[in-house]
Ligand binder design. Structure first.
Ligand code: CA2
Length: 145
Protein backbone atom coordinates (compact mmCIF):
# COMPACT_ATOMS: atom_id res chain seq x y z
CA UNK A 1 0.00 0.00 0.00
CA UNK A 2 1.18 3.55 -0.76
CA UNK A 3 2.48 5.51 2.24
CA UNK A 4 1.79 8.91 0.68
CA UNK A 5 -0.97 11.26 1.78
CA UNK A 6 -2.03 13.80 -0.83
CA UNK A 7 -2.84 17.27 0.53
CA UNK A 8 -4.76 18.94 -2.30
CA UNK A 9 -5.61 22.64 -2.41
CA UNK A 10 -7.96 24.46 -4.77
CA UNK A 11 -8.16 27.91 -6.33
CA UNK A 12 -6.58 31.01 -4.78
CA UNK A 13 -5.02 29.10 -1.89
CA UNK A 14 -1.61 29.90 -3.38
CA UNK A 15 -2.26 33.34 -1.85
CA UNK A 16 -2.59 31.93 1.67
CA UNK A 17 -0.73 34.18 4.10
CA UNK A 18 -0.59 37.06 1.63
CA UNK A 19 -4.23 38.31 1.50
CA UNK A 20 -7.28 38.40 3.81
CA UNK A 21 -5.36 37.36 6.98
CA UNK A 22 -8.44 38.19 9.07
CA UNK A 23 -10.19 35.21 7.44
CA UNK A 24 -7.38 32.83 6.50
CA UNK A 25 -4.54 33.76 8.88
CA UNK A 26 -0.93 34.62 8.14
CA UNK A 27 0.50 31.16 7.56
CA UNK A 28 1.36 29.92 4.07
CA UNK A 29 0.98 26.58 2.29
CA UNK A 30 4.62 25.89 3.17
CA UNK A 31 3.57 26.11 6.83
CA UNK A 32 0.67 23.74 6.11
CA UNK A 33 3.08 21.24 4.54
CA UNK A 34 5.41 21.41 7.54
CA UNK A 35 2.57 20.90 10.05
CA UNK A 36 1.25 17.93 8.09
CA UNK A 37 4.69 16.33 7.72
CA UNK A 38 5.24 16.70 11.50
CA UNK A 39 2.19 14.49 12.05
CA UNK A 40 2.66 12.06 9.14
CA UNK A 41 6.38 11.28 9.46
CA UNK A 42 6.32 9.68 12.95
CA UNK A 43 3.34 7.59 11.82
CA UNK A 44 5.35 6.26 8.85
CA UNK A 45 3.65 8.31 6.12
CA UNK A 46 4.84 11.08 3.82
CA UNK A 47 2.80 14.02 2.54
CA UNK A 48 2.65 15.55 -0.91
CA UNK A 49 1.07 19.02 -0.92
CA UNK A 50 -0.24 20.43 -4.19
CA UNK A 51 -2.24 23.52 -5.17
CA UNK A 52 -3.90 24.43 -8.45
CA UNK A 53 -6.15 27.11 -9.87
CA UNK A 54 -7.29 24.73 -12.66
CA UNK A 55 -10.12 22.30 -12.04
CA UNK A 56 -8.99 19.75 -14.66
CA UNK A 57 -5.55 19.61 -13.02
CA UNK A 58 -7.17 18.87 -9.66
CA UNK A 59 -9.22 16.07 -11.22
CA UNK A 60 -6.07 14.60 -12.81
CA UNK A 61 -4.33 14.62 -9.41
CA UNK A 62 -7.28 12.82 -7.83
CA UNK A 63 -7.06 10.18 -10.58
CA UNK A 64 -3.31 9.86 -9.94
CA UNK A 65 -4.05 9.40 -6.24
CA UNK A 66 -5.85 6.15 -7.11
CA UNK A 67 -2.43 4.59 -7.70
CA UNK A 68 -0.10 6.84 -5.73
CA UNK A 69 -1.83 7.86 -2.50
CA UNK A 70 -3.21 6.09 0.54
CA UNK A 71 -5.47 9.01 1.50
CA UNK A 72 -6.54 12.46 0.36
CA UNK A 73 -6.85 15.57 2.52
CA UNK A 74 -8.47 18.22 0.36
CA UNK A 75 -9.34 21.88 0.69
CA UNK A 76 -11.33 22.30 -2.53
CA UNK A 77 -11.77 26.07 -1.85
CA UNK A 78 -14.55 27.54 -4.03
CA UNK A 79 -15.00 24.24 -5.97
CA UNK A 80 -16.43 22.85 -2.71
CA UNK A 81 -19.63 24.72 -3.44
CA UNK A 82 -19.81 24.29 -7.23
CA UNK A 83 -18.13 21.17 -8.56
CA UNK A 84 -19.95 17.94 -9.32
CA UNK A 85 -16.88 17.00 -11.43
CA UNK A 86 -14.69 17.09 -8.33
CA UNK A 87 -17.22 15.00 -6.41
CA UNK A 88 -17.31 12.44 -9.23
CA UNK A 89 -13.49 12.27 -9.29
CA UNK A 90 -13.36 11.73 -5.52
CA UNK A 91 -15.88 8.90 -5.86
CA UNK A 92 -13.27 7.02 -7.96
CA UNK A 93 -10.78 7.10 -5.06
CA UNK A 94 -11.07 4.22 -2.59
CA UNK A 95 -9.06 5.45 0.42
CA UNK A 96 -10.00 7.90 3.16
CA UNK A 97 -10.90 11.47 2.13
CA UNK A 98 -11.03 14.35 4.61
CA UNK A 99 -12.36 17.77 3.57
CA UNK A 100 -10.71 20.76 5.25
CA UNK A 101 -11.71 24.43 5.35
CA UNK A 102 -9.52 26.98 7.08
CA UNK A 103 -12.44 29.29 7.85
CA UNK A 104 -15.74 28.31 9.44
CA UNK A 105 -17.80 28.16 6.25
CA UNK A 106 -21.01 27.81 8.32
CA UNK A 107 -20.45 31.26 9.83
CA UNK A 108 -20.09 32.83 6.40
CA UNK A 109 -22.34 33.44 3.37
CA UNK A 110 -25.15 30.96 2.73
CA UNK A 111 -23.61 29.74 -0.54
CA UNK A 112 -20.64 28.40 1.46
CA UNK A 113 -22.90 26.20 3.60
CA UNK A 114 -23.36 23.58 0.91
CA UNK A 115 -20.53 21.23 -0.12
CA UNK A 116 -20.62 18.75 -2.98
CA UNK A 117 -17.37 17.27 -1.68
CA UNK A 118 -18.97 16.40 1.69
CA UNK A 119 -21.09 13.81 -0.13
CA UNK A 120 -17.85 11.77 -0.48
CA UNK A 121 -15.72 12.95 2.44
CA UNK A 122 -15.24 10.61 5.40
CA UNK A 123 -14.80 13.67 7.63
CA UNK A 124 -15.06 17.45 7.41
CA UNK A 125 -13.08 20.03 9.38
CA UNK A 126 -13.91 23.75 9.22
CA UNK A 127 -12.86 26.84 11.14
CA UNK A 128 -9.73 25.48 12.86
CA UNK A 129 -7.31 27.46 10.71
CA UNK A 130 -4.42 25.55 9.19
CA UNK A 131 -4.37 23.24 12.23
CA UNK A 132 -7.34 21.56 10.55
CA UNK A 133 -5.00 20.05 7.95
CA UNK A 134 -2.78 18.49 10.63
CA UNK A 135 -5.82 17.07 12.42
CA UNK A 136 -7.04 15.62 9.12
CA UNK A 137 -3.64 13.97 8.57
CA UNK A 138 -3.73 12.56 12.10
CA UNK A 139 -7.16 11.08 11.36
CA UNK A 140 -6.12 9.41 8.09
CA UNK A 141 -2.99 7.98 9.76
CA UNK A 142 -5.17 6.40 12.41
CA UNK A 143 -7.70 5.12 9.83
CA UNK A 144 -4.86 3.58 7.77
CA UNK A 145 -3.35 2.00 10.87
O1 CA2 B 1 -12.10 28.30 4.41
C1 CA2 B 1 -11.61 27.69 3.46
O2 CA2 B 1 -10.58 27.02 3.53
C2 CA2 B 1 -12.25 27.82 2.08
O3 CA2 B 1 -12.18 26.55 1.43
C3 CA2 B 1 -11.45 28.85 1.32
C4 CA2 B 1 -12.03 29.21 -0.04
C5 CA2 B 1 -13.52 29.53 0.06
O4 CA2 B 1 -14.05 29.72 -1.24
C6 CA2 B 1 -14.29 28.45 0.77
O5 CA2 B 1 -15.64 28.84 0.88
C7 CA2 B 1 -13.72 28.21 2.16
C8 CA2 B 1 -11.30 30.42 -0.62
C9 CA2 B 1 -9.84 30.21 -0.76
C10 CA2 B 1 -9.22 31.52 -1.09
O6 CA2 B 1 -7.94 31.52 -0.50
C11 CA2 B 1 -7.36 32.72 -0.27
C12 CA2 B 1 -6.33 32.72 0.64
C13 CA2 B 1 -5.70 33.89 0.93
C14 CA2 B 1 -6.08 35.07 0.31
C15 CA2 B 1 -7.10 35.06 -0.61
C16 CA2 B 1 -7.74 33.87 -0.90
Amino acid sequence: MSKTIYILNGPNLNLLGQRQPEIYGRETLADVERLCADVATPAGFSVRLMQTNHEGQMIDWIHAARLEAAAIVINPAAWTHTSVALLDALHTFEGPVIEVHISNVHKREEFRHHSYVSLRADGVIAGLGIEGYALAVRRVCSLLG
